[in-house]
Design a protein. Structure first.
Ligand code: GAR
Length: 213
């Protein structure tokens, strides 16, 4: 059983999808061991508490610099013996100390089909605003590994979602969450915990389940 840390900053609907998937037995090889928030007032914390999951708040501005913050985050994750870090709307950038300590063990959900509308400055509603401004007809979401390139790590799962003519950033965000994010993030988490994701030459692949299992 792998210990999972879910890192959040906001409403936590993706965290909720993970909690629900766990309760439904869809993540049999992992358990959410803790939820770490970058904000004191994140509603995600209430979702975690309701589900009986330990919570932690780690504020970036409590640390002198990025190195001190990274070191604190790594030791917090290690204190829960975490084997998988899931970024579920986590809006604080951490550095390579964290990435190296959990190499190919950090996954993130992003609300557009990367490499479109991603990288620095593209998060939350801003991503959907940019997609609508560009007039794309299709958007979506991937779950990908986190490496040193912002939103540049190997893609694990990806799903396209239609953009409708009268969409606002809010309606598009909701559709991408419902049709892609809330489905893909629990699935990728379950696959990781089952040891079914391999990474070679920067490309992730899903290993087929063996029939003996
Ligand atoms: C989600 O749409 C997630 O993809 C996005 O923030 C939202 C968080 O919602 N993440 C990013 O933009 C990261 N680059 P939630 O708190 O309800 O899960």
């Amino acid at each position: 059983m792998l210990n999972i840390a879910v890192l959040v900053s906001g409403g936590g609907t993706n965290l909720q999808a993970l909690i629900d998937a766990q309760a439904a037995g869809k993540i049999p090889d992992g358990r959410i061991a803790c939820v770490i928030s970058s904000r004191m007032d994140a509603f995600a914390l209430q979702r975690a508490q309701k589900a009986g999951i330990p919570t932690e708040v780690l504020l970036r501005n409590h640390f002198a610099d990025g190195n001190a913050y990274d070191a604190a985050l790594v030791s917090l994750l290690q204190s829960y013996s975490v084997g998988l870090v899931v970024l579920a709307g986590f809006m604080t950038i951490f550095g390579k100390t964290v990435i190296h300590a959990f190499e190919n063990k950090i996954i993130n959900v992003h609300p557009s089909l990367i490499p479109s509308f991603c990288g620095e400055g593209f998060y939350g509603l801003r991503v959907h605003e940019a997609a609508l401004r560009r007039g794309v007809r299709v958007t979506g979401a991937p779950v990908h590994f986190v490496n040193e390139i912002c939103d540049g790590g190997p893609i694990i799962l990806q799903k396209a979602v239609e953009v409708l003519p009268d969409d606002t950033p809010q309606t598009l965000q909701r559709r991408v969450m419902e049709q892609a994010e809330w489905e893909l993030l629990p699935r990728a988490t379950a696959l990781f915990c089952a040891g079914r994701i391999s990474v070679k030459d920067g490309i992730a692949s899903i290993v087929q389940e063996t029939s003996q299992k």
